[in-house]
Write a protein that binds this ligand. Structure first.
Ligand SMILES: NC(=O)c1ccc[n+]([C@@H]2O[C@H](COP(=O)([O-])OP(=O)(O)OC[C@H]3O[C@@H](n4cnc5c(N)ncnc54)[C@H](OP(=O)(O)O)[C@@H]3O)[C@@H](O)[C@H]2O)c1
Length: 324
């Protein structure tokens, strides 16, 4: 029987358990997939730790790429043998084989490997909606992105550069500065050493930036607001350093008339058509050399505990995957 990672209680990486599972057959609107590569995402740690509560016991993981083994009786858009990828609930992507709703899958074109697709889907879709839908980033603008050498961070600056925009990045250690620069950041600040808000004001001649993309959360939120120009947009899309404190609207939002948004992927790709279009834009960026993806580390599925521990210890520099 195929293996899958399950969690029976919230906690540290040690709660990730490898188990054999009985996959069964797909229902009418489902497909059965053999995963060839699984995406590792920071959100997986929130599901595991209980920061984002889930019903237990549960599978874990949102993202994988693989081949279809069987399609349900009402599925028309896919066939057995198709290469697909997905990045969505229901949880359970940390598995060798599973059944998923057909509506969460996209076709993966020739030239994009399963490993690349698994490294790209969540991080690429996130980048896609953040800079083309949440904030319509324009050529000539300069914005700020936190955790610039991370999984989403590496793709974000390359994509922003491809439309003629510049990105100031922050990183947590000096060894990540070069990596962020190689991925297209125009300025890189080590926010564990320097006051990033002051640095951003220096770089922008005290104008501030029109948008901040903040996936770090607790540690960076207030400083991020300081970096914004009048009517700027604070895009808080994650909490790697912990959940946010309450916002003091009269003190922090009102003086500059700021916008504040807390977006998620699912709000921007609401059906299969939107999802496939969003994914195709990412695959094209890769195929046409606008984005280069370097998988930073590959773990065996059985070593998912190590993958989570490394991710939370800020050891991973860029996208990582699990191999089932
Ligand atoms: N809302 C959405 O739709 C959506 C979708 C995908 C991802 N996200 C969010 O985007 C962020 C990036 O995701 P990712 O999967 O690409 O992860 P990642 O950036 O590869 O890893 C998280 C990074 O956060 C930084 N960080 C700062 N303080 C930290 C702390 N106290 N503990 C751990 N890390 C800390 C670390 O970089 P430094 O060492 O450089 O500080 C770390 O490498 C996450 O917050 C994730 O939840 C949101």
């Amino acid at each position: 029987m195929p293996n899958s990672i399950v969690i029976k209680k919230s906690g540290g990486p040690e709660v990730l358990e490898l188990q054999e599972i009985n996959v069964g057959s797909p229902g009418p609107d489902e497909i059965k997939v053999t995963n060839h590569a699984i995406g590792l995402n920071y959100i997986d740690t929130y599901h595991r730790s209980g920061l984002y509560p889930i019903k237990l016991p549960s599978g874990i993981g949102l993202e994988a790429a693989g081949k279809i083994d069987e399609v349900g009786s009402k599925v028309t858009e896919f066939n057995k043998g198709d290469n697909i990828a997905y990045a969505s609930i229901p949880l359970g992507a940390y598995a060798q084989q599973r059944v998923i709703p057909a509506k969460i899958a996209v076709k993966v074109p020739d030239g994009i490997s399963h490993e690349l697709a698994a490294a790209l889907m969540t991080k690429g879709l996130t980048t896609n909606y953040l800079l083309s839908k949440t904030y319509k980033l324009k050529a000539g603008e300069t914005v700020l992105f936190h955790a610039a050498a991370g999984g989403v961070g590496q793709i974000f600056a390359q994509w922003a550069n491809s439309i003629g925009a510049k990105v100031i990045g922050t990183v947590g250690s000096d060894n990540k500065i070069k990596i962020a620069e190689e991925n297209g950041y125009s300025h890189v600040i080590n926010y564990t050493k320097d006051n990033f808000a002051k640095e951003v004001m220096k770089i922008t001649n005290n104008k501030g930036v029109p948008a901040v993309f903040d996936g770090v959360g607790k540690k960076t939120f207030h400083g991020s607001l300081e970096c914004l120009s009048t009517r700027g947009m604070m895009i808080s899309f994650g909490n790697a350093s912990g959940p946010l404190d309450p916002v003091n609207v009269p003190k922090e939002i009102q003086p500059k008339g700021l916008y504040l948004i807390r977006p998620s992927i699912g709000q921007y790709f609401t059906n299969r058509k939107e999802l496939q279009a969003g994914a195709d834009q990412i695959f094209d960026k890769v195929k046409f050399g606008k984005i280069r993806i370097k998988i930073s580390k590959k773990y065996k599925l059985v070593d998912a505990k190590d993958a989570h521990a490394d991710l939370e210890a800020r050891k991973l520099i860029g996208p990582a995957i699990l191999i089932p």
